[in-house]
Design a protein around this ligand. Structure first.
Ligand code: ATP
Ligand code: MG
Length: 269
């Protein structure tokens, strides 16, 4: 098994930036040696990773290994104690509050728990993804602009649910609701989607549909996708690269085809 220390992971990244692999797109997310403790418990140590435009990166690891903490340090739900996070070229801890907020908007988060407003229409839920781009006075449902509605419709088309735009969100299946949540994320105009267990509550067919959608958004539209998964077979089927975490440490980061079953199994012992 390839064991990556933070040091050689960063060296590998440095070499990568000197001679970028031609098939990979721009670096959209560059996490360098972040650490995080809660009290005296170290939950992330020297975690480094990158997400490029056009790729799906799967994050695997046992419960408590630090996957969500990594994503939260990127989307701003927590601050890392040390290390750097750069989103779309903006180094967060050196940027102004406004640039930091803009950079973080370019990374939209999708969660396992979908959080749609069930009694509102699918379209209204998707429009909410655009609110962060609007002045506060327009972020009121009655004032949804025509322009925003059209953009939200286009986002629904991208996830294959335009025909359900006027249905109540609560009337859709779990898998469809997760696709609506992805449409809402797209309405934020992100360059990257951070998905924390997007398919853990879905049946196998719906999980495949959502993973196929995320894969298509990356491969056809050039978004970067980082998805926490608890299903190694989905990582194999849909991810370009797999990152393994154990006890807050990066244990491997490699193209999916190079990951063997023993490496995957080692994450869960
Ligand atoms: N706000 C917090 N306060 C204290 N401890 C926390 C907090 N958030 C996370 N932790 C701890 O950090 C560790 C990593 O948690 P994290 O949520 O990142 O794990 P995970 O890999 O996403 O696990 P799971 O697969 O169960 O979602 C765990 O031990 C957890 O208890
Ligand atoms: Mg988690």
């Amino acid at each position: 098994m390839t064991v990556l220390t933070a040091q050689n992971a960063i060296m590998a990244f440095d070499q990568d930036s000197e001679s970028p692999a031609p098939e990979r797109g721009e670096v959209l997310l560059d996490v360098r040696a972040i650490s995080k403790s809660f009290g005296d418990r170290v939950v992330l140590q020297d975690m480094s990773m990158r997400v490029h435009a056009g790729e799906v990166v799967a994050f695997l690891g046992a419960n408590g290994s630090g996957k969500s903490t990594t994503l939260r340090a990127v989307n701003g739900l927590i601050e890392a104690d040390s290390g750097d996070v750069t989103i779309a070229g903006v180094k967060l801890n050196e940027a102004s509050a406004q640039r930091r907020a803009e950079a973080r908007r370019s990374a939209a988060t999708v969660f396992q728990k979908i959080h749609l407003v069930q009694r509102r229409s699918v379209l209204q839920n998707v429009c909410a993804g655009g609110f962060s781009r609007l002045p506060a006075w327009r972020s009121v449902p009655a004032l949804f602009g025509q322009e925003l509605k059209e953009e939200a419709m286009a986002c629904l088309e991208r996830v294959g649910l335009a025909d359900r735009a006027h249905d109540r969100a609560g009337s859709l299946s779990g898998g469809q609701q997760q696709r609506v949540a992805i449409a809402r994320a797209l309405c934020q105009r992100p360059r990257m989607i951070l998905a924390d267990e997007p398919v853990s509550a879905l049946d196998p067919k719906a999980a495949d549909d959502v993973m196929q959608l995320l894969h298509d958004l990356a491969s056809k539209e050039g978004l970067g996708v980082a998805a926490v998964l608890h299903q190694p077979h989905l990582a194999r089927a849909y991810a370009d690269r797999v990152i393994g975490l154990r006890d807050g440490h990066l244990v491997f980061d490699a193209p999916t085809a190079e990951i063997d079953d023993a490496q995957l199994a080692s994450l869960y012992v």
